[in-house]
Design a protein around this ligand. Sequence first.
Ligand SMILES: *[C@@H]1O[C@H](CO)[C@@H](O)[C@H](O)[C@H]1NC(C)=O
Ligand SMILES: *[C@@H]1O[C@H](CO)[C@@H](O)[C@H](O)[C@H]1NC(C)=O
Ligand SMILES: *[C@@H]1O[C@H](CO)[C@@H](O)[C@H](O)[C@H]1NC(C)=O
Ligand SMILES: *[C@@H]1O[C@H](CO)[C@@H](O)[C@H](O)[C@H]1NC(C)=O
Length: 396
Amino acid sequence: MSQALAATKARNRRSKWLVIGSIIGILVLAGIGTAVGVVVSRNNKTSNSSNGSSSSGSTSGSTGNSSGPSNVDIGDDPSVFDLDPRLHKSFYGMAYTPHNALIELGCGNTLEGTIADIQVISQLTTRIRLYGADCNQTAQVLEAIRQTKVNLEVFVGIYTMAEDHDAYLRQAATIREAIETYGTDHIAGVTVGNEFMLNWVTGQGASSPNDAIAKEGSDILVADIQATKQMLEDMNLPKRVPVGNSDAGSYFATDVMEVMDYGASLLSNVHAWFANTTEAESAQWVFDFFDEFNVRPAAALANNPEMYIAETGWPTAATDAGSSTNGFGTASEAGLQTFMDTFVCQANAQGVKYFFFEMFDEKWKEDKFGGVEGFWGVFNGDRTLKNVVIPDCPLA
Ligand SMILES: *[C@@H]1O[C@H](CO)[C@@H](O)[C@H](O)[C@H]1NC(C)=O
Ligand SMILES: *[C@@H]1O[C@H](CO)[C@@H](O)[C@H](O)[C@H]1NC(C)=O
Ligand SMILES: *[C@@H]1O[C@H](CO)[C@@H](O)[C@H](O)[C@H]1NC(C)=O
Ligand SMILES: *[C@@H]1O[C@H](CO)[C@@H](O)[C@H](O)[C@H]1NC(C)=O
């Protein structure tokens, strides 16, 4: 299946899901994992005159902020760059996709753009997760880490689709190649699948991740997870690279959880926005949902897989007025600020592992899905910081 088709299905499935509305809103962002992102220009070279105001001009597009970076400046030596005093390494992890690293977007990602992004991301966290491996994004991110010499580990991703096994094979091969080139020093794990079971189950008009219909899908996913484990084992790597999985918080199949080896991470999307919470209630909702629907069930399994929040955040804008509220909260920078202020340091204190969603606004999601999908970045698409204050509680 083409990625365009995958994306379309993702949208259908989202509407369906909203209609079904059953399980408390776990989300489902267009995780179209494969990809994406934007890249570029670093705003920290000379101190920031920008303050989150969009850096004007050069980007096209009707809603400038979420389009890509307008210029890229990585300096002569990418490992030498000014630190932005507004940024703090307070995030456990960050969800990131290089700009336009999507086949349907012509693989517009560049090494330079990725380097510029990594310079900024490394001031916020020591961990990132990628969603897919197409468009050479794995190697580019590892090369960017090599050149910038920053302390960053990567949960690399393989975006799997039931209808397109070639996509799995292609991405697994590029991950093998990237590990052969760059080694495992900066690889924290491989995530196979992103919302695979959510897509499968809702695509069949079903709702349980654990019934007979779901099993047909989880068999496919489990086979890909096993194949990835085997591939890594056959490589005789100096360190064990755990293979995990990512899905919407209510769609973990037990047999997928049970195939996780020790240390493997199960990444769960937990979005208060789609559960229709207010800003003030959002963080507590995320903590409660994650604990009840992910952490406890995982702890009850013999292999005790480690649960991480794969995505959590708050959108700052929408393409239309109707989408700018979930009925209780509003998509706004103030909302993102409230969510960050009530989630980030609190999660750190509780030892909750999470990837904040997400680093940059992604214009292609705005174009393709509309609504709030393109506006989850801590940064605008043009690489300027949104009008928010980054929590200051650096992790050791
Ligand atoms: C959230 O509100 C929207 C709009 O009223 C509704 O369609 C949706 O089902 C609600 N979602 C949940 C999880 O309650
Ligand atoms: C940036 O933010 C600081 C602190 O809020 C403010 O003093 C300054 O005027 C802002 N600069 C711009 C260009 O908006
Ligand atoms: C771009 O971001 C700035 C600062 O966050 C905001 O004031 C402005 O309205 C945004 N522009 C668009 C088109 O979203
Ligand atoms: C992938 O990216 C790496 C790092 O920039 C580069 O060395 C390599 O040539 C790229 N491979 C392809 C096929 O573009």
